[in-house]
Structure formats: C-alpha cells, structure tokens
Design a protein around this ligand. Structure first.
Ligand code: FAD
Length: 296
C-alpha cells in the first residue's frame, strides 16, 4: 500500500493537552486525506485497532501500551473559506482557534465563540463542542466520513445526524470524520468580528485555568445545573490526588500540576462522582473521552 508512514512505540502524553498517556504501538500524523484514508485501509487489512486523536484536548489516555495504530489528524489542516457565500470546507485537523480567527478576518460571523477551544474540527464535531447555548453542530452543513468496516467514503448531511448536548452519532458508530462543510454568515464588519473573537478568548483565559495542562470541562452539566457549581459547593476545589488537582479557578477542571498520571486523574474523576452522588444525589457523566480504559 502506498503512502503508509508510521512510527513505532510513540509516547502519547505530548499529544494530549493534559500531558498524560501511555504508548501507541503504531503512530502516524497523516498530512492529507489520501494519507489518512490509506492508514485506515492499512489498519483494516492488517486487523489493527485504529484510534483517532485530534488535538487531544478532551482525552484521558491510560498509561498503558495501546495496541494497534493511533492516528493524529492535526496535520490535516487544509481549509477553504468563501467569504461571499459563507461556505467553509475544513479538513478534520483544522484547529478551532485558527478557524475562528480566519472566519473573523474574512467577515464571517458565527465562529467567534470557538476561539478558546483548543481542539480540531473533527474533535469538535465528534464531541459537538459548545459553549452556553451554542454548539458546533449549528453551523454544520455536512460531514465527509470513512466507514472503518466497509472503507466506504461518503458525505452525510447534517439533517441525517442526531446531535445532542456534547453528543454526536460518531460516538456510537464506525465512521471517522475526514472533513466537513459549514455555513457562516457573511457579515462584513471585520473589525467588530475580530474584537468579539478577541474578547471571547480573553474571557475564557480569565475564567478557566489555561496556564496549566487540562482537558477542559471534565463532566457534562446535568440538566438545569452546572457540574462546576456542584463540585465547588462541596468544597472540592483544590483537592488533589498525586499531582492531579481540581482546579482552584474552576470546579469542573482537573489540572496536571506537573507529573500526574492517568491513574491519579481517573481516581480523581471517580472521587468527584462519588462525592457528588452521595451529597447531591446526581451522577455526573464525564464529558472527557477515555482511551485504554473500560470507560467509553
Ligand atoms: C482549556 C480548554 C478549554 C476547553 N473549552 C471547551 C469549550 O468551551 N467547549 C467544549 O465543548 N469543549 C472545550 N474543551 C474540550 C475540547 O477542546 C473539545 O471537546 C474539542 O472539541 C476536542 O477536540 P480535539 O481535536 O482535541 O479532540 P480529541 O480530544 O483529540 O478527541 C476527542 C474525541 O474525538 C474523537 N475524534 C477526534 N477527531 C476525530 C475524527 N476526525 N474522527 C472521528 N473521531 C475523532 C477522538 O477519538 C476522541 O474520542 C476545552 C479543552 C481545554 C483543554
């Protein structure tokens, strides 16, 4: 098979924002769609398990040896912006802060809120990333995918995808995201868009611990409540296991103070769940995705 490039036994900690993770048996960073598809085909025909990492900003990877291939999409970062129609085509690895700034510079409205999310377009679709009432699915038109079982490549329209709060059907199917088409609103007021984008980033960095490794919100907000508020009410901010700490700045963030490992973090997640369940009667569901655990 052409264009197959991978490394063996690669440490994954540096491919996650929480800076934790074991080793991948095989690891690759395809530069374009062709290389990505060839890697998927290679894993299929060689019966190798295949995992995808975007920017690793919502991921807890266990400190184990992960058999099979781990593919990081971060180099698949081609993006086409049509400032007249508002249609944007982006490969899975395009970073949201990059896209957000480009949208503003091109006079397109609707992506200003994504500037502070350190993930890729693929990861944002998979997670249906969001903020307040806004979610990534809103501006989506279609997603180009590959089926890992049949190797078929096709486009799915947004109307055929059932997105929910921090949920996309990709969490439950065999489809990997290759690229997507989105629609933003031509607005023209570039200065205003740039200013809003800048303000949004400032607000996020002032209210969330951007200076320390984390994976963003650990838990989904329960209906009509906030996970961070529940954790804070129990006085858990600052609680540590090893070098993993519940952020003193934001109750729904766990930060890695320097040498936390996946067990410290997993245990901290479990302790929070137990305490919130005991005291508040609510079982918090992790938003963060787990790799190499029995958890999804
Ligand atoms: C400081 C900070 C702030 C954050 N703020 C927010 C926020 O405001 N709102 C929010 O929703 N999230 C936030 N997050 C979490 C995170 O950035 C988002 O969930 C983001 O969308 C994850 O994208 P990623 O590329 O990093 O995905 P990863 O963490 O790499 O992967 C997440 C999941 O998506 C899957 N995946 C990734 N790419 C693909 C693909 N191409 N095809 C199929 N599956 C794929 C992975 O297998 C994994 O299961 C924040 C994180 C940090 C560290």
């Amino acid at each position: 098979m052409k264009n197959i490039n991978y490394q063996k036994k690669v440490q994954l900690a540096c491919y996650t924002t929480i800076k934790v993770g074991g080793f991948a048996e095989y690891f690759s960073k395809p530069k374009n769609i062709e290389e990505f598809v060839n890697l998927i085909k290679w894993s299929h025909f060689n019966n190798q398990e295949c995992r995808i990492i975007g920017a690793g900003s919502n991921l807890l990877i266990n400190n184990i040896f992960l058999k099979g291939i781990t593919i990081c999409t971060k180099k698949m970062r081609s993006i086409k912006i049509n400032s007249d129609t508002g249609i944007v085509e982006a490969e899975a690895g395009v970073m949201l802060p990059t896209m957000s700034n480009l949208l503003a510079k091109n006079g397109l409205q609707g992506g200003e809120w994504t500037v502070g999310i350190p993930g890729t377009v693929g990861g944002a679709i998979y997670m249906n990333a969001g903020s307040g009432n806004l979610s990534f699915a809103k501006n989506l038109l279609s997603v180009q995918v590959i089926n890992t079982k049949t190797l078929e490549i096709f486009e799915i329209q947004k109307k055929d995808l059932n997105f929910k709060y921090r949920f996309s059907p990709f969490q439950d199917n065999n489809l990997l995201i290759i690229s997507s088409k989105m629609l933003f609103q031509p607005n023209g007021n570039i200065e205003k868009l740039l200013e809003t984008t800048k303000k949004n980033l400032k607000k996020k960095t002032e209210t969330q611990p951007y200076d320390l490794p984390s994976f963003g919100s650990v838990f989904k907000n329960p209906t009509n409540n906030y996970a961070g508020k529940l954790i804070e009410e129990l006085g858990l901010k600052g609680f540590t296991i090893g070098d993993a700490e519940i952020s003193t700045m934001h109750g729904n963030f766990i930060v890695n103070n320097s040498s936390a490992n996946s067990k410290d973090i997993f245990d901290l997640i479990t302790v929070i769940q137990q305490k919130v369940l005991q005291k508040k009667g609510i079982l918090l569901q992790p938003e963060v995705r787990m790799m190499g655990f029995d958890y999804p």
